[in-house]
Write a protein that binds this ligand. Structure first.
Ligand SMILES: Cc1cc2nc3c(=O)[nH]c(=O)nc-3n(C[C@H](O)[C@H](O)[C@H](O)COP(=O)(O)OP(=O)(O)OC[C@H]3O[C@@H](n4cnc5c(N)ncnc54)[C@H](O)[C@@H]3O)c2cc1C
Length: 489
């Protein structure tokens, strides 16, 4: 066990916790999901960069204990193993945010979460690439690639990354960006899509854009929401499929979830079809014309048109940000789906809930359709570690098993894996047959959505896995930081 006094002397003024055997881990650490969560060796909440450097030197000097430093931001990574070898580095004190209007950039600290950046910028009339939840750590998001509603018009977060300030395993501070050369350029590339476990990122600069240039009415995002009963799944699926290659300014989401406890019929399956448009209302109405078709809206329980400020655009997903329970993400980027596949996925989701009471209330599925224009414009040479083939695929599918008791773990994972096989039918069949599947066909997920036991060759091509290991060897030869490729998921 680590010596608290030694750490306290080393890190004056820093909150250091060393749990005792048998303690409840959730008293010390709150994470989005309790999967892979057990008592760490210590939880350290540094205040300065010097505290981080001291922690790194302390850990490196105790090689025989094989400790892993895990810097954390929003605590949303379900794939990160927290256990007795973990030095949990909580970056909550690194909260600065600064907009530079002249440079059109925003710079934020390593512990900032997405809602903080979104609101800070939104209040000043600006926006940047952010995830669809307010509670995700911005650094964790960027390191995984960073897929946002702005993919089609601006590209991924890593396509708009100007600078990362990183404290390396050697305890040295480096600033890397697109202009870096040599080994620093390698490090920067790794941070673009395969970035977990290369150092502690204390500061990030991303490009920003003026909201007014989107041409939205009153600077608000136009929205159209239809909610269908389960009996209308064919209509909902067919409508989604019709607009699954949307205007670049539109994002269409089909959400399968159950009504919350506060609803008139708690637990009832709900099918929500939602379009958000980042542009003028007239263009929005044209792009989303299918969502006004009387033969479709007549089957919906709710059909609403609205507008929401950029700052508040993620507020709708707040119920999904709740910490605790057990949750995982299984995702696949698809060129497009048939209505039949969506209906089958819906039926299987219902059957899974009925057979697994511990996962019935909260497990959900998302089908999100976006354009691909700016995605394809960036990284044509595939230098970064976001899988190039995914940039041309319009539909992002996600199955999220959310269970309340450990005994539902296996059935939850089985449902999610089978759902991924369903939406990836061609790839899946070939994988099962064991035929030499080309990397291009195998790649279906990006790093932000890793999950326990995931086949990493679905996220990075064989040559990329080798390259990531090589870069890791340069910057963290002693393997101080947990990394999914070197340490496994
Ligand atoms: C509700 C929800 C919605 C999401 N929406 C999206 C989305 O729209 N688009 C998308 O691309 N992804 C999305 N994600 C996935 C998310 O981007 C990744 O899970 C991300 O890694 C989470 O980062 P975190 O800081 O919250 O998690 P953590 O568990 O704290 O960290 C995750 C990983 O990032 C590393 N890390 C975090 N901060 C630092 C740092 N400062 N320095 C070095 N390493 C660090 C950790 O070491 C760990 O390996 C979503 C996840 C959830 C749960």
């Amino acid at each position: 066990m680590l010596d608290k006094n030694e750490l306290a002397t080393l890190l004056p003024g820093v909150d250091v916790k060393i749990p005792s055997e048998g303690d409840d881990v959730t008293k010390y650490i709150s994470r989005w999901s309790n999967t892979r969560l057990s008592l760490p060796a210590a939880i350290i909440t540094p205040v300065t960069e010097t505290d981080i450097i001291s922690t790194i030197h302390f850990t490196s000097a105790r090689k025989e204990e094989n400790l892993k430093v895990i810097p954390t931001g929003g605590g949303h990574g379900t794939f990160v193993p927290i256990d007795s070898r973990t030095l949990y580095l909580d970056l909550r004190n690194f909260k600065s945010i600064h907009l530079d209007e002249d440079a059109e950039t925003v710079t934020f600290g390593g512990g900032v979460v997405s809602g903080e950046v979104l609101k800070y910028l939104g209040e000043r009339g600006w926006y940047t690439s952010v995830p669809n939840s307010n509670a995700v750590g911005m650094v964790g998001y960027v390191l995984g690639g960073g897929s946002s509603p702005f993919n089609a018009v601006k590209g991924l977060a890593i396509d708009n990354l100007i600078m990362m300030r990183v404290i390396t395993a050697g305890g040295v501070v480096v600033k890397v960006g697109p202009e870096s050369v040599g080994e620093e350029a390698d490090l920067f590339r790794a941070l673009c899509g395969a970035g977990f476990g290369f150092g502690v990122v204390v500061q990030v600069t991303l490009k920003t854009w003026r909201v007014e240039n989107l041409g939205m009415q009153e600077d608000k995002v136009w929205t159209r929401k239809l909610i269908f009963p389960p009996t209308a799944i064919r209509t909902a699926a067919g409508t989604f499929v019709k607009i699954q290659k949307p205007d670049d300014r539109m994002v269409v989401v089909l959400l399968l979830m159950r009504a919350p406890p506060s609803a008139p019929r708690p637990g009832a399956p709900m099918i929500m079809l939602n379009a958000s448009f980042f542009g003028p209302v007239t263009d929005a109405e044209e792009a989303a014309v299918a969502l006004f078709d009387e033969s479709i809206t007549s089957q919906a329980i709710v059909a609403d048109t609205g507008a929401v400020s950029v700052s508040s655009m993620n507020d709708f997903s707040a119920p999904l940000d709740r910490h605790g329970d057990f949750k995982e993400f299984y995702s696949a980027w698809s060129p497009g789906l048939s209505a039949e596949t969506i209906v089958t996925a819906f039926d299987r989701w219902l059957a899974f809930g009925d057979a697994t009471p511990e996962a019935k209330a909260a497990s959900f599925m998302v089908f999100a359709a976006k354009g691909t224009k700016a995605m394809l414009e960036h990284d044509p040479e595939s230098q970064k570690f976001f899988p190039r083939p995914l940039r041309s695929r319009n539909v992002f599918v996600q199955a999220v098993p959310w269970w309340t008791a450990e005994k539902a773990e296996d059935s939850s994972r089985t449902w999610a894996a089978e759902t991924m096989a369903l939406v990836n039918a061609p790839q899946h069949d070939r994988l099962v047959e064991g035929n030499g599947l080309a990397d291009r066909d195998r790649l279906t997920a990006h790093a932000a959505n890793l999950s326990k036991g995931i086949d990493l060759s679905t996220t990075w091509a064989t040559s990329q896995l080798k390259e990531i290991r090589r870069i890791k060897g340069i910057w963290d030869a002693g393997n101080l930081f947990w990394n999914p490729i070197v340490d496994g998921v």
